[in-house]
Design a protein around this ligand. Sequence first.
Ligand code: NDP
Length: 504
Amino acid sequence: MPGTSFSYDFSSKVYTGKTSFKTGVFINNEFRDGSEGTTIDIMNPVTGGVLTQISEGTAQDVDTAVQAAKAALATTWGLKCPGAKRSLLMNKLANLMEEHHDELSALEAVDVGKTFNWAKNADVAAAIATIRYYAGWADKILGQVIETTEAKLAYTRHEPIGVVGQILPWNFPLLIMCWKLGPALATGNTAVIKPAEVAPLSCIRMCELIVEAGFPAGVVNMVTGYGHTVGTAITAHNGIEMVSFTGSTFTGGKVMENAANSNIKDVTLELGGKGPCIVLEDADIDKAANWAAFGVFWSQGQVCCAGSRIFVQESIYEKFIARFTQVVRSIKAGDPFGESIWHGPQASQQHFDRIMGYIQSGKDEGATVAVGGNRIGTEGYFIEPTVFTDVNPNMRVVKEEIFGPVAVVLKFKDQADAIRQGNDTEYGLSAAIFSENITKAIETAHQMQAGMTFINCNVSPECQVPFGGIKKSGIGRELGEYALRSYYTVKAVHVNLGLEMNIG
Ligand code: NDP
């Protein structure tokens, strides 16, 4: 048994439960210390103090996890386990998550700084829905019969890839774990997962639920630890056939490099964004202002598909800014467990510093602070929702992904100008369009260089609909039927029904 664990009595207004679990490396359905016996401190974003410790995994632990995952594939999972049984286990897991819905939500709140209510109603609810959705796919992974000639039967099998690596970010730990695990398990793969060391607690707790649901040992393994050690070991391991990564564009590049230099493993990358949110002059201004604020400030702005560049048509600019700044000023910040709190702290000191650096750069480069622009209080990682106006396309706050509660508002002349400015970014994850003229809105959406476009809404993914980007925002898709394609390999089978071969 590992030496590290986490016990917490939440004793708050909206959730009063307790939690207690081991925080070791999880291999073969057991928790253990990392091979070096060292630990990592997990910080409380509300106070900046130490919350608990987790085991620090190593490259050796990754190798042990890969061996366990391979053994499970050969004996109890993959082609050895019918899809209907995988489906049953996944549904059991979803039921257990539902039973522990509040506890998992409280873990996201205490570890990431998300508000308990959002964690409960968005993150964890969607995580459960994702596992259920993919449980439904597990016995529907179908190949094809392909007509060639009467003398041949040709068909395809969609077989599991093997051991897959899954590297998670800290902004939606449990949700993104389920986005990756759902399609991987449904298609019969085994997994070696690395949560982000900033916020791993809900993911570690999930491992206990995986055991309780009855998954065979070795199907899901989790090696906690740092990206430069555990992450690198996963991407470079020759026994891992595919890596699914969510995080920064910079690290995504390293993942590809290691994948190419090891066994040419497949990769899916879900990376950064600097999404445009376009408000056309025929938009409903009140609705657009609320959705625009949601799109950039939800989850403290730590959202890859955030609509952080807001473009407003000149003719309605003043009206929109008046309503938008009013909405932003009404956002209530404070303890994530507070009943009416909408805005918690950022996830880590390092990230807090990075965002404050961007806010300073906006001020230094001459942008106007229309709302916010400061830290909140003197303890923890709280930052005011911030709106910059009078910005230009060369400013860092306009060009670079801040991944925090910072919006920039720009003007455009007409639809063509909005499309040109909106697409003027190296990213291509998402775009949002607001207009009561649905034809114009759809026309604009189709012109956006983005993997996802939202019309008269913002940042609202669904587990049935593909999620992912183009340009520097990534490769491949999470969610929906499309995500399954990343997790199976296609085997063609040719059966001779009467072709003669006579040589000599
Ligand atoms: P990273 O991309 O560095 O981290 C994401 C995950 O990758 C973490 O689990 C991290 O481990 C791991 N990792 C780090 N280095 C490596 C490596 N060499 N090989 C394999 N895995 C690695 O993001 P940061 O946490 O540093 O955040 C920086 C910025 O990235 C944010 O400000 C934001 O712009 C963007 N980001 C985007 C996300 C998205 O949803 N698309 C999510 C998170 C960040 P470790 O546990 O050590 O952090």
